[in-house]
Design a protein around this ligand. Sequence first.
Ligand code: ACO
Length: 316
Amino acid sequence: MFRLLSVASALPKCRKTNDDLSGFLDTSDEWISQRTGIRERAVCTDESLTELLTTAGKEALARAGITAQQLDLILCATIKGDYITPSQACIIQKELGAKCPAMDIGAACTGFLYALDVAAGYFVRKKVQKVLVLAGDVMSKLVDWKDRSTCVLFGDAAGAAVLGEGDALKSISLSAKGNIDFLNIPHVNGNSPFDSIPEQESFLAMNGQEVYRFAVSSICHDVKEVCKQASISISELDWLVPHQANLRIIESAAAKLKIPMEHCLTGIEILGNTSAASIPVVLDKAQSESKLKTGELLALSAFGAGLTTGACVLTW
Ligand code: ACO
């Protein structure tokens, strides 16, 4: 079906520590780092999502040793592209000079896994040989910077992966459980004179404790499921690559799965929750630290608004 030919990422240049946030919010480095593991995050100042994704996409193409013209499909996982239309994937297709079909995938923090599964279908149908999967969000524009319970959790980033034909994907599983109450970002109203729905602010709202419980149980369930589908035991995994939302979620799920933290990839400490970008960004960080070796078995696992979840087993 497919294998990963390359992974790359891009971050905005501005970094903000917890102490920086406590300068204008009633919060502290102690609260944020103890409850979440986050110490700092990158936030966009003058960068757009398009710029971040284009940088990550170009680097992924260069690392895979292919040109944009060789791509057969571009998928972009994002909560909110720079435009409502055209899709973010179409914008990046133009930026890269590619000629292939392009579309967005909306599955919040699980978007990268959803995109991998969509890509897998194209490989099975032999419609594609090279696919660019992009994932990125500018969460700093979607949170309320007066709400200390949410804004401290997120960061901005983009990730990209080039997929080529191969047999690295051993299993993949997705789920959705429609739920607006635990996590949502409402749409802004237009100015229709006929619209009677009251205006609402368009900021992320979250029931942190419910999402926390859902996250731990879904990682455990999904990783067991994809290992079963791949006919491997959890102890055979070299790396757990979880969505980076809270270090305590990762530690709790890893403990329940009996996976030592030394076998979990993390980047939450310096990135915060980067939504759809979280998994490719943490993979790129790990490869830059020479942690990943060819042939190693990885379980990727994500959860997010929807509520969506996804996991897969693949070889590096
Ligand atoms: N600084 C200081 N105090 C704070 C802050 C802050 N930044 N935020 C909240 N508090 C206070 C609260 O007001 C509360 O005070 P009170 O007891 O006086 O009322 C206290 O800290 C405890 O708040 P809780 O919400 O109970 O804290 P909790 O331990 O549950 O941690 C957290 C909150 C970190 C959000 C946790 O619930 C969590 O990580 N949940 C999961 C989040 C997640 O995974 N989100 C995924 C998003 S994915 C996507 O698709 C976008």
